[in-house]
Design a protein around this ligand. Structure first.
Ligand code: DSN
Length: 440
């Protein structure tokens, strides 16, 4: 951990802050928090962010998050609020809804969920009765905690059944097994979506199975929302899916938050009631405003280029690792996600690899791999992805440079001198790529 010097003296005073954000008021009022902020800004500038669920928001999104929209309570929805003084909050929420529905080609959007997990919980309560069944991807094959991990409270209320990959070498889902389980268990929701799965799903096949058993189709597209918005990956609504849930801060490059989209307005009314008053209180209006700004950015043509470049970068990086002999889970990627079996590839654990890459300024996360014999706090794999580095303007040849930094670190893991020199090289490399919100 870096040492902060405490009151009034920041070790990061020399850091050039953004021309837009001086943080003068913060520095005067609370030097300890100012110091921590300066440290985080330096970390983000000098490091490589490969955590696939992270990104850098634009100066405009960042700017609106720190505004007086924070001061307003707005329970309800535009035109139907429980407090007065809503002319401007109604304006920003209506714009966010309009842009979200345009971006994802659907009839209804609820932009109030505070994050992805609350969005999923509100969704379950909107569509299910206690005891009803949801069928989602097996957690050990890339699914998400909110898709029914036993540690979550929703599993006390709803029943969760699983589908898996048929072949972990290709990542192909076992759609025959999915159909068998669906016919037997009669789920009310068939859930597509993942947080650690590098391949595309066949939404049409899932929709056909759901139709056979009368289930709703829901896609939790938190990881790939940006690529869907930018036309680089398939939109589940095009295959007739009923609902999409997502976070807004991953590849979609908005503020931290969640959102629920419905293909048809009628289902949207159920979702609205479930989000408020069913589950949440007042929306966090500065985040709703920031969502509106981010969706506006995602509607621009340059966002399409960004979405395609994320995937091009990931594919290139995956190839470099595979050519080096590293074992990538599913032997490649269709989206932004890559996972390496570190035990097989480098004779080290996922935790050891995460710590090693931290030492050279490359941030990623340890992760369970399919049917991992190890435990979540010390799993066999690492997970990483390209949305954040692509935002910084890195292209395919830069992915090769990054992969080579990582491979050199693995090769020289026992040599502190090489690791330290490599860290210097990573910093030098990073400083060539501006960070939105810090450098502009
Ligand atoms: N924490 C997010 C991720 O990293 O994928 C998902 O919840």
């Amino acid at each position: 951990m870096r040492k902060l010097t405490g009151y009034g003296v920041s070790p990061y005073d020399s850091l050039p802050t953004s021309p837009m954000f001086t943080y003068d008021a913060l520095k005067k009022e609370d030097p300890k928090i100012y110091d921590a902020l300066m440290g985080e800004m330096k970390r983000q500038k000098e490091g490589v962010e490969l955590i696939p669920s992270e990104n850098y928001i634009s100066p405009a999104v960042l700017e609106v998050m720190g505004t007086v929209f924070n001061n307003k309570y707005s329970e309800g929805y535009p035109g139907k609020r429980y407090y007065g003084g809503q002319e401007y909050t109604d304006c920003v929420e209506s714009i966010a809804i309009e842009r979200a529905t345009k971006l994802f080609r659907c009839e209804h959007a609820n932009v109030q969920p505070h994050a992805g997990a609350p969005a999923n919980v509100a969704l379950y309560f909107a569509l299910l009765e206690p005891g009803d069944t949801v069928m989602g991807m097996d957690l050990s094959h890339g699914g998400h905690l909110t898709h029914g991990h036993p540690v979550t409270y929703i599993t006390k209320i709803f029943n969760f059944v699983r589908y898996k990959m048929k072949d972990v070498e290709t990542g192909e889902i076992d759609y025959d097994e999915m159909r068998e389980v669906a016919l037997r268990e009669k789920p009310k929701i068939i859930l597509a979506g993942f947080s650690a799965y590098p391949r595309e799903l066949d939404y049409a096949k899932m929709k056909a199975i759901a139709d056979e058993v009368g289930a709703y189709t829901v896609a939790d597209m938190a990881h790939i929302a940006g690529m869907i918005a930018g036309g680089a990956l398939r939109n589940p609504f095009d295959d007739g899916f009923d609902v999409i849930t997502t976070t807004t801060h991953k590849s979609l490059r908005g503020p931290r938050g969640g959102m629920i989209l419905c293909r048809e307005l009628e289902l949207g009314r159920k979702i609205d009631k479930s989000v408020f008053p069913g589950f949440q209180g007042g929306p966090i209006m500065q985040m709703v405003a920031a969502k509106a700004v981010a969706f506006g950015e995602a509607l621009k043509p340059e966002f399409r280029d960004y979405a395609h470049q994320i995937i091009a970068n990931a594919k290139h990086m995956a190839d470099v690792f595979m050519q080096s002999g590293a074992k990538l889970i599913t032997n490649g990627t269709d989206n932004h996600l890559m996972m390496i079996d570190c035990v097989k590839s480098w004779d080290m654990t996922g935790q050891e690899a995460e710590t090693l890459f931290d030492r050279i300024g490359i941030t990623l996360n340890k992760n369970m791999i399919a049917d991992d014999p190890r435990k979540p706090m010390d799993p066999s794999g690492i997970r990483f992805g390209t949305p954040a580095v692509t935002t910084r303007g890195m292209k395919e040849h830069d992915m090769k440079t990054l992969a080579n930094f990582m491979l050199k670190a693995v090769e020289n893991r026992g040599d502190d001198k090489v690791i330290s020199a490599l860290h210097d090289e990573v910093i030098e490399f990073c400083l060539r790529f501006p960070v939105p919100g810090i450098d502009s």
